[in-house]
Design a binder for this molecule. Sequence first.
Ligand SMILES: [Zn+2]
Length: 239
Amino acid sequence: MITETIRVQMKKRRKRRRLKPIVKLWLLIIGLSVFIYAFWTEPEFIKKVIKKEQVLVPFEISGTYSSKLNDKMSSYIDYVEKSGVPPCRSEKELKKNPLLKPVNAGKNYSIDHLTHSHAYLSSKGKSLLDRIDADFGAKIKGTDLQGSHFIVSSLTRTKKNVRELKKVNVNASDRSAHMYGGCFDITYARFKNKRKKLDSNDIYKLKETIAEIIYQLMKEKKCWATKEKREPCFHVVSR
Ligand SMILES: [Zn+2]
């Protein structure tokens, strides 16, 4: 009898200690809100925790590739003239061409201030640039050069642009792959990084990384490419 009374009393106590479901729900909501708020506002201590976990390794290159980008114009210009988007006479015509799409900055690249071309590409040209963008991001991820951007220094040119360029450089040809939508230049002299001040060694490594990616695409017959000397850039033509 006594043990029975003790058992009933203990049961009652346990019941009292157990929280009501509505209280549990409120505690869960409050807990979640504090968690979300902490990440949303990123107070200093959370930033420190995140930073501590992200160990960046020094970026290393696997070799030099830029000297291997040496396709001659004669190897691709006939193909490009036949299969590319027909050249536009003016900027107005180019912007109205449904076969050309505007190109904005990508995840890992920026568009330079353009003087003799326009930020437009054919869908083939854009997919090639997207592939270089993705491959570049994957290469530098988790390294001390993470967050670096390469710079696209020239894209599609109109006939007017090509005429103007010829005035600046008398050796420039009337034939230019840049008029057909699938061609762009990536400068190897400059890269951007908001987090780190890039030194000449970093720039060299990033240059060879872009060259390696382009070289790989050349081998896959996705493009032709040339390392230009007059303008420090890799001239890339989609294939
Ligand atoms: Zn070029």
